[in-house]
Design a protein. Sequence first.
Length: 334
Amino acid sequence: MKSKLIIILFFFHCLNGWSQEKIEIVATASMIADMVRNIAGDLANVETIVPIGGDPHTYDPTPSAALLASRADLVFVNGLTFEGWLEELIRNSGTDAEIIRVTEGIEPIASEQYQNATDPHAWMSAKMGLQYILNIKNALVKYTPAEAFLIETNYKVYKRKLEALDTYIEEQISKIPEDKRILITSHDAFQYYGRRYGIRLESMLGVSTDADVQTSDIRRLNEVIRETKVPAIFIESTINPKQLEQIARDNGIKIGGKLYSDSLGDEDSPASSYIDMLRHNTHVIVEGLSTSSPPKAPSGQQQSGRPAWINWAGMILIIALLGLIMLRRRSSTP
């Protein structure tokens, strides 16, 4: 009889859970949305404002984004100057949702270029990601304390995965020769990654992609490549690769691969989740920087450093002179 009562109570508990409306959650970026889904599980519908593959630095909010925010119970944001458009979006949406900054408690890296500006890319370190998910868990428990047990359980499972990932990345980066632990990318999105795992960072742009590339930036990267003899540089999924590809050709080195920084990839990509993104980036970086082969001669140049056209012109001149000598000999023969 007692067992039957327990089964009946369990049935009604499940029925109540099924009928309960889900929490409507909006996240500004795909990495944050993925973290929230892992912790909230089936308790929430999670939408993303900036679409997969979009650049949050240059994003221009749409009416549909304002509608998403207006319907939300919770809005999870990165902060640290990442979403410069956020305040206007929230104001235009008229939302009553609580705004949760997931970088709360993280000591930001200050911008070297702009006073009072910070590097927003803290999620690029799995160790920092642990602070993100702690803030997400706390916000969800506060909003729906009746589901605290489920949220805490999901959080603990996900936390173990991120801790294992952090250790894995550290082990993989240690395989790169110390003098080649130099990561050159399109924009300055990997400083937290570099500090945590011991890599020097250089980039064409600053922490935001909303800027123009300067001649001085290109000259600086060329100098770094020549001085360090780094075997590869890396493009990013949300940034036009043309200028970085030209720098690679000019210096005779390879593009080591495509990294994901400001957005996850789509379902068919190797970076469709936050964990997959960091794991994929690490694989690409380690493979690209661990090569022992020397850089090739820059495009249009020989190993001597002379432009290729000079060598070709010299060969043509020699052939022409030899032809002229032979003609003179024939003409002087009786």
